[in-house]
Design a binder for this molecule. Structure first.
Ligand code: FAD
Length: 464
């Protein structure tokens, strides 16, 4: 019997464990699988809090419908009937203390329809003219990589970047757009530029044509009971005998053709193949005795905090017609984004007559803010919210979650670094694979894709 060990019980590790178990059963393969998780629970960044009839996400609140692996996994574990789509109200950008509607037809902050863009109050006339240069500017010279900021500033100018693209993309990566890698995050924009000479023209030509019904379409799925429902279903499908919680892998070493894992309880586990699905820093620590790992650079990860505030609906005296906003850096606010959860997920998150607001704080240059006390964070968030809406008094309760070094930053050259790491692993530690948010995409579907891909690689390796 060969042994596969998965280190880290976040969504990447759980996906791999689930599909491995399935395939082992279907094909009657002589392998056993264990998941080793340092904390006392599975799910990693996916963490739902259920309280007094509210369903609150401490980490991610949804996943993109467009990337299909997450929906596939949800259906595989029998949760298809629990899928819910987001409510599609207006969304905004906060600049200064003023909310501006997101121009209709923007894709990741890139306008694809001329009229709503020209009518938008987000940009000055000069800013609009500069953005229009995308149609006439020659494409850039081919490059292995460049920063997202540099690329977009060159095509559209600073104003479009700062008032629209940057707040949206920072909302996803909690990063600095001028440091983030274009090729590791949105290589398709580079390809559109190279193919069509203009990103907007490229998007117009390549985006699937859908009938314009005037209605916005839902782009995200969540689950009844929150995303942790998926983690719970995976845990149940795997069974207790496969999972070790409260157990940290301290080191991993190759001994002849096998791997030896030293665990925090002092025991040793042997494995024939290993998936390391932990944050980057843990991976480096575990494999720290190897030269090629020591030579790897650091990967910064941004710290953010998520502050969820529950209210009686009547406490919100002056409301906004929409589902949320992101915050431009051209604003003195400390919050970086806010979701009106009761409007985005009205059926699954709040009891009748209640409201739920979910705000983020923490961005490069302002990460220390997450160390304020819970009361301090609640106060800060309320003060920012009250600049744009009117909320009476204190919340019924608040739930604060600090995520330290949690959002991996894919800096320029990231893809090359990952390729080099994978090549080195194949050469020096064959049968050891890294996967999850530090490598090939941070979204839940990206992590699920990596879990699936690792299953394929492991089974091929073990069959050799
Ligand atoms: P993790 O979830 O980080 O899991 C890694 C696991 O490894 C952890 O459980 C950890 O305890 C364990 N571990 C670490 N070291 C060891 C060790 N030495 N031994 C054993 N175990 C170890 N994505 C979306 O698609 N939509 C969203 O709305 C969204 N919002 C987000 C909001 C926040 C606040 C954050 C932080 C992320 C968000 N993301 C979102 C991103 C997404 O949630 C994560 O990228 C993804 O869940 C990470 O999964 P993972 O399996 O790679 O790692």
């Amino acid at each position: 019997m060969k042994k596969i060990v998965i280190i880290g019980g976040g969504i990447a590790g759980l996906t791999a464990a689930f599909y491995l178990k399935k395939q082992i059963k279907e094909e009657n393969l002589p392998y056993e699988v264990n998941v080793i998780e340092a904390s006392n629970r599975l799910g990693g960044k996916i963490k739902t809090e259920r309280r007094d009839g509210f369903t609150m996400e401490r980490g991610p609140d949804s996943f993109l419908i467009r990337k299909q692996s997450a929906e596939r996994l949800v259906r595989e574990v029998g949760l298809g009937d629990k899928l819910v789509t987001n409510g599609t109200g207006k969304s905004y950008i906060l600049i200064g203390n003023e909310l501006h509607s997101m121009p209709q037809g923007s894709f990741m902050g890139i306008p694809t329809q001329v009229k709503p863009f020209l009518l938008s109050d987000l940009f000055s006339i000069a800013g609009k003219l500069r953005a229009g240069m995308d149609f006439i500017r020659p494409k850039g010279m081919p490059q292995d990589d460049q920063s997202l900021g540099k690329f977009f500033r060159k095509r559209f100018g600073d104003e479009l970047v700062e008032n629209l693209i940057e707040p949206l993309l920072s909302g996803i990566y909690a990063g600095d757009i001028d440091d983030l890698s274009l090729m590791a995050t949105f290589p398709n924009f580079y390809e559109l530029e190279q193919k069509y000479g203009s990103i907007v023209r490229g998007l117009q030509k390549s985006m699937p044509k859908t009938k314009n019904t005037g209605k916005k379409r839902s782009m995200f799925y969540s689950l009844e009971g929150g995303l942790q429902t998926l983690v719970e279903a995976l845990e149940q499908a795997l069974g207790d005998e496969m999972i070790y919680k409260n157990t940290k892998v301290k080191s991993l070493e190759k001994i002849n053709s096998n791997y030896q894992l030293s665990l925090s309880d002092g025991s040793i586990v042997n494995a024939d193949a290993v998936m390391v699905a932990t944050p980057f820093a843990s991976m480096k620590q575990m494999l720290g005795s190897y030269d090629f790992i020591q030579k790897l650079g650091e990967m910064k990860a941004t710290s953010v905090a998520n502050v969820v505030l529950a209210f009686d609906q009547s406490a919100i005296k002056e409301d906004i017609d929409g589902t949320g906003f992101v915050v431009s850096r051209n604003s003195s606010n400390r919050i970086t984004a806010c979701t009106w959860t009761h409007k985005k997920w009205p059926e699954t998150t709040v009891p009748e007559g209640k409201a739920l607001l979910r705000c983020y704080v923490g961005r490069p240059g302002d990460e220390e803010v997450i160390h304020l006390s819970d009361d301090g964070l609640e106060e800060l968030v309320l003060a920012d919210l009250n600049k744009i809406m009117r909320i009476d008094g204190k919340p019924l309760f608040s739930v604060v979650t600090r995520w330290e070094n949690a959002m991996p930053q894919y800096r320029v050259g990231h893809k090359q670094m990952v390729e080099k790491l994978e090549g080195d692993l194949m050469e020096h530690l064959p049968g050891v694979y890294v996967a999850g948010s530090p490598y090939k995409g941070i979204g839940i579907p990206d992590c699920i894709d990596q879990g699936e891909e690792t299953v394929k690689k492991m089974l091929e390796f073990l069959a050799e």
